[in-house]
Design a protein around this ligand. Structure first.
Ligand code: ADE
Length: 224
């Protein structure tokens, strides 16, 4: 079972997300156990401050090291991967999702404001992940994206055996076009081959379509 702890000052943003749909079912099935950790519980003073002005000046606020260290040290184990969500991290993709789905314990640190004190990176973090080249107000949104992509790969979470093996990206290609009933919708017909029952032909058609689609939309994937 994969354990996931998420450290954030906005636990409510994540709890709603975890309490619906596939992630909820994954937890009910015992494939994953989520815990949100409120960083404010580790803050000091009446104002429970978790951030402060940057040394050296400049705009914005920086998250203080002390509450983050204490929160991580409370949940961390020997085998934990401690992940900082940041636009400076390694770009997240399907391969990274697959790799993380094999871990036993993921601890997400969700940054916000201008960022986190560098000592968190130096002494605590094992992985830094970005979900794309844009800046969010809050790393908890980014952590939700990573959690969703990882949890759906856990055994028994999505559909039947192999249900995720035909995903876009899992074989380096975008997914082929899919159709369901009716076979003729407002004059738009499902390709004949899919109705043929000829499975080798269907497999060939799907492969061709996946390659064509990837060539048109994401030629960068073909070079990898
Ligand atoms: N926090 C803010 N922007 C982010 C991004 N693009 N990826 C991960 N965490 C972030």
């Amino acid at each position: 079972m994969l354990a996931i702890d998420v450290i954030t000052i906005f636990p409510g943003m994540l709890n709603g997300f975890l309490a619906e749909s596939m992630l909820k079912r994954a937890a009910q099935k015992g494939a994953v156990a989520f815990q949100t950790v409120n960083l404010r519980d580790f803050a000091r003073g009446v104002h429970q401050t978790t951030d402060d002005r940057p040394y050296g000046g400049g705009p914005g606020m920086v998250m203080m090291p002390e509450p983050i260290f204490e929160a991580v040290e409370k949940v961390r184990r020997e085998e934990s991967r401690v992940i900082l969500m940041t636009p400076q991290g390694r770009r997240f993709d399907q391969q990274a999702a697959q790799e993380l789905s094999l871990a036993r314990h993921l601890v997400f640190i969700c940054g916000h404001y201008e960022g986190v004190d560098e000592r968190v990176r130096e002494a605590l973090v094992t992985d830094e992940i970005s979900i794309g080249d844009y800046v969010l107000t809050n790393g908890v949104v980014a952590a939700a994206v990573v959690i969703d992509a990882v949890v759906r790969l856990l055994p028994g979470v999505v559909g039947g055996e192999g249900a995720t093996s035909q995903d876009s990206f899992s074989d380096g290609l975008l997914e082929f076009p899919q159709y369901t009933r009716p076979a003729d919708f407002r004059g738009m017909k499902v390709p004949e081959v899919l109705l043929s029952g000829n499975h080798p032909e269907i497999a060939r058609w799907r492969r061709e379509q996946a390659e064509k689609r990837t060539q048109e939309r994401r030629p960068d994937l073909l070079g990898r």
